[in-house]
Design a protein around this ligand. Structure first.
Ligand code: GAL
Length: 689
């Protein structure tokens, strides 16, 4: 288990620390304070290209080597960033074409990080050069355990740059995909509004225009831009594998907030890392879902440092951020709570951003583990140090344990990109809201859930939820059928199979390619304005505990072989199916032709649990979050109280808590923001209760 901080030694040299005689004197003190806090890893160097190479071809890696030596003496391992997220000024002055152009064709200027176009050959060349120099200079340092490629790829719309080189690459990408101009015209539907082309060069990039671009073209542009980001990271990963084959590579992702395919990105890395700026949310599930997604991005062949699997949290907010409207402090105990939430969902490394609030730059009032004074007597440092002690206790127990989920939610980036385009059936539909209705219902029952794209092998899951797969490729539809055929239970919804991978609507009925699977055909779609509802009438086969309504969207369904579980009660489709089930092969395909209120999804999950023999992890009050990591005969339960008040838990059998060494039976009051890490066995020598 790695426990650490994001350290920026370049912030802590003279004149900001140290002295003229010993400009780097502060680093040793930092290492001592880190050791005292239980830190065993630091990430460094993600923005220091301009310091490694202050002028073209003049390199200085010595200072970082010295810093790594200090870490060595302290027994702290190092993750090094490749510094390409922040190009030096000399580079863009010499080659202004590396600067990205926005959708109006205007340059995003130098003087900050991320000022580069990922299609620029010049930028690729310079990136290769600095990465090669870096690996040559520091790659053999014994402390190095991983590379972080670049930092927070994308953001500020830098996933899309409209440079001449992008145009060139875009045309090459289209040519590779469609092979002939005629195919491109046909499959992108360019004859709509007469936008056909006679040559690849005529295909536009979707820049600012009087009205919408062809949606199939925009979708391809999203795919192309995503492939661009991934190719750029892969270029560095491949290079590093060649130069330092023993050192795994990652990059830090922000969950679903960047415009590239996160699953594709995970494929080119050895392990996945997350930046999390979790704050106390209305529901703990809003943070949990990010962690479950991160864990799910890469499920096999994970090569994290120390032979561990799982994912890393390479930046966890330690104090306050500096980009919210009001940058409130995390209350005492909350960083600890979030750290356990991360561990409980599969993290094997957690690092806090950042070590110390800097004296300079735009993030100077970002809350560090240390405050500006660097003394180490501040609240956050004390909290992290307590955690450091606990992690030492837990690390051996956590080793090799994993989260195992029997349910899964499908998520596809091309579908999400498609659903973000204008001219949808209703502007009030949000894919994420739809996903969260299912996720929350599972989370409330503490049922572990993975995420997957529809092309993955789903056979290990008892239940698969597929909210609004509006864009469904033919191959994806076949895999869903295979999953059900072999005994799986699939729940799909309205807004499924409306277009294929070319954004083309079918001419043989909805949901596209899935009519036989669900045993029904959707004949019309009826979006409902906000505030209005249809009513649902349930048959005995679905025991609804409440009256449930349909909102936002109702499908007008023609049943074929399916069994009807609920009907609409109003409007011209009163009496027609709203919810159905169809036996298909050895499995069941359930269709929900509406969006419900949260309570409906609670009833749905309760019904599915019975039907599919799915058990919650532990019986606890509703407001306690439970997750489990397991291996062979070990089952570790994490119980988290996200509230500011205690919660009473009743243990029906003795449970041993690793954090305190206590064994609990009967009633226990879990304190505000409190955490338990339990197993069912009595620890050796634990006192009987
Ligand atoms: C991260 C980034 C950090 C810092 C942080 C602020 O995504 O990697 O360098 O800027 O955001 O929240």
């Amino acid at each position: 288990m790695y426990f650490g901080v994001d350290y920026h030694p370049e912030h802590w040299v003279h004149p900001y620390a140290g002295s003229t005689e010993h400009p780097e004197a502060r680093w040793e003190r930092d290492a001592q304070l880190m050791v005292a806090a239980g830190v065993n890893v630091v990430r460094m160097g993600e923005f220091v290209w301009g310091l490694y190479e202050p002028e073209e071809g003049r390199y200085d890696f010595g200072w970082m080597w010295r810093c790594m030596d200090i870490m060595k003496l302290a027994g702290i391992k190092v993750v090094l960033g490749t510094p390409t997220a922040a190009p030096p000024l000399w580079l863009s002055r010499k080659h202004p074409q590396v600067l990205p152009l926005d959708e109006q064709g205007l340059a995003l200027h130098e003087g900050t990080r991320h000022a580069y176009c990922m299609n620029s050959d010049v930028y690729w060349e310079y990136s290769r050069k600095i990465v090669t120099e870096l690996a040559g200079a520091l790659g053999k340092h014994p402390q190095l355990i991983a590379w972080q490629i670049d930092n927070g790829i994308g953001g500020h719309k830098t996933e899309f740059s409209f440079n001449e080189e992008s145009r060139h690459d875009w045309h090459a990408w289209l040519r590779a995909k469609y092979e002939t101009v005629a195919n491109a015209n046909d499959l992108m539907g360019l004859r709509f509004w007469g936008q056909v082309v006679t040559d690849w060069d005529e295909i536009p990039m979707p820049m600012v225009a009087p009205t919408v671009h062809n949606p199939a073209l925009v979708l391809d542009w999203m795919r192309f831009s995503s492939d661009t980001c991934i190719a750029y990271v892969k270029m560095q990963a491949d290079l590093l594998r060649e130069l330092t084959p023993q050192v795994p590579a990652t990059t830090n992702l922000r969950c679903l907030s960047r415009h590239y395919d996160h699953f594709d990105m995970a494929e080119v890395l050895d392990f996945v890392s997350l930046d999390t700026y979790a704050t106390l949310q209305r529901r703990p599930s809003e943070n949990a879902v990010e962690f479950d997604i991160m864990r799910s991005l890469r499920k096999i062949e994970i090569k994290a440092p120390g032979g561990e699997e799982g994912f890393w949290v390479i930046e966890q907010k330690a104090g306050n951020v500096n980009w919210q409207e009001v940058n409130s402090l995390l209350r005492p105990g909350v960083v600890r709570l979030f750290t356990y939430q991360l561990l409980s969902r599969g993290a094997t490394g957690v690092l806090y951003f950042f070590w110390r609030s800097p004296r300079i730059g735009p993030e100077k009032f970002y809350g560090g583990v240390l405050t500006h004074d660097g003394r180490g007597d501040n609240r956050v440092y004390r909290e992290i140090s307590q955690l450091g002690e606990e992690i030492k206790l837990l690390a051996p127990v956590l080793r090799g344990t994993k989260v195992v989920a029997e349910t899964c939610i499908l998520y596809s980036h091309p579908n999400a990109w498609k659903l973000r385009q204008p001219q949808q059936h209703t502007r009030h539909f949000r894919l994420w809201e739809h996903v969260m209705l299912f996720y929350n219902a599972l989370h409330d029952r503490n049922i572990p859930v993975d995420f997957a794209r529809p092309t993955e092998d789903l056979s290990k899951y008892k239940i698969v939820f597929a909210p609004s797969l509006h864009l469904l490729a033919g191959g994806e539809a076949d895999l869903l059928k295979l999953y059900v055929q072999n005994g799986g239970t699939l729940i799909a919804t309205f807004n499924t199979g409306l277009v294929d991978e070319h954004d083309m609507a079918p001419d043989n009925g909805f949901p596209h390619d899935l009519i036989d699977l669900f045993g029904l055909e959707v004949q019309e779609f009826d979006p409902i304005p906000p505030g209005e509802e249809n009513h649902l009438v349930f048959k005995a086969a679905f025991p609804a505990n409440h009256l449930h309504g349909a909102r936002l969207w109702c499908d007008v369904i023609e049943p074929k072989e399916c069994q009807v579980l609920a009907t609409f009660s109003k409007d011209f489709y009163a009496g027609r199916p709203a919810m159905t089930i169809n036996n298909f092969g050895l499995g069941r395909a359930i269709y929900l032709g509406f969006m419900g209120q949260p309570a409906f999804y609670q009833d749905l999950v309760a019904w599915l649990r019975q039907m599919c023999n799915l058990f919650p992890l532990l019986k606890v009050p509703d407001n306690v979050e439970v997750s489990m990591r397991q291996k062979e005969d070990t089952r570790l339960y994490f119980l988290l109280n996200h509230q500011g008040t205690p919660v009473r838990i009743t243990f029906y059998k003795p449970m041993h808590d690793y954090l305190t060494g206590n064994t609990f039976t009967g009633n226990y009051d879990l304190p505000p923001h409190g955490v338990l890490v339990l197993d069912e066995h009595m620890a050796k020598g634990a006192p009987p209760t």
